[in-house]
Ligand binder design. Structure first.
Ligand SMILES: Nc1ncnc2c1ncn2[C@@H]1O[C@H](COP(=O)(O)OP(=O)(O)OP(=O)(O)O)[C@@H](O)[C@H]1O
Ligand SMILES: [Mg+2]
Length: 255
């Protein structure tokens, strides 16, 4: 199959609440090929989590198309979306989200409860995923709350990998780690990419984004290339220097 892992076309997500309508994504068109490692950067409130929720099949676009490995997920039922999540996607979060009292191995086996594989087979697959992320074997029967932050995040990456997903989504995976440990985690992502995994990672940190093959930016729900982001920032700085409409975003830089 040659389809991109991610293909979105003109995706909008407009939240409706008592306060009114909030357009959080405004015409996002994005293609991510198999084996690609993409980082997305953007300020608070720019739409990063909204985009991740849609790419992660936790939410649907208000309008527009999202094909995941060629499958149109915009129109699936909640049950079908849950199935897509458990078979095609792996998630890595800032706060690791491990079960603290369960062992490392159990944590990694968790996504496999939805498969029909027996316990022995699940243990072997979890073991293999843990070896892939480079976690020392003597830790596999430790409780996850006995590990360091960097070790916990590598367990979380192993858990994201264990189903052999098409796509790994990571939301600020180094946000709770010091920079040396963050680097170790980024090396692990690079290694996964070297094995053909597709990774989309959100970060505030340019040095973290630098580990990806491609960096995109998001502002006010619109995706920008590196060049567009540069033009945006330059225009913003020029406005600030002249004191001309400092509050307003320089839309012409995006358009
Ligand atoms: N459930 C919701 N209902 C209404 N508005 C929402 C909802 N979720 C997010 N928003 C709004 O949508 C916009 C984008 O929010 P989003 O959470 O995607 O930003 P973000 O880039 O992830 O920010 P942060 O870096 O702070 O996590 C914001 O203006 C936010 O207030
Ligand atoms: Mg967010």
């Amino acid at each position: 199959m040659t389809a991109n892992v991610i293909h979105t076309e003109n995706v909008y997500r407009i939240y409706s609440s008592a306060a009114g309508l909030t357009p959080a994504l405004c015409g996002v068109s994005l293609d991510v090929g198999r084996g690609e490692f993409l980082a997305i950067m953007g300020p608070s409130g720019s739409g990063k989590s909204t985009l991740m929720n849609i790419l992660g099949c936790l939410d649907r676009p208000t309008s527009g198309t999202y094909l995941l490995e060629g499958l149109d997920v915009s129109k699936l039922t909640d049950d079908d979306l849950a199935h897509v999540r458990s078979t095609r996607l792996g998630f890595v979060f800032q706060s690791f989200n491990l079960l603290p009292r369960a062992t490392v191995l159990r944590n990694v086996m968790l996504p496999l409860v939805y498969t029909r594989a027996g316990v022995r087979n699940r243990e072997l697959r979890a073991w293999k995923a843990l070896l892939e992320v480079g976690l020392p074997e003597e830790l596999y029967d430790h409780r996850s709350n006995e590990l360091s932050g960097g070790q916990m995040q590598r367990v979380a990456i192993a858990r994201a990998l264990v189903n052999d997903p098409a796509l790994i989504l990571a939301d600020e995976p180094t946000g709770n780690l010091d920079s040396a440990t963050g680097e170790l985690v980024m090396r692990t992502f690079r290694r996964m990419q070297g094995q053909g995994k597709t990774i989309v990672l959100i970060t505030h940190d340019a040095s973290v984004a630098g580990w990806a093959d491609r960096v995109m930016h998001i502002r006010d729900g619109r995706l920008l290339t590196e060049e567009q982001e540069h033009a945006y920032v330059t225009a913003l700085e020029a406005r600030e220097r002249t004191g001309n409409g400092g509050e307003e975003a320089p839309q012409e830089a995006i358009a």
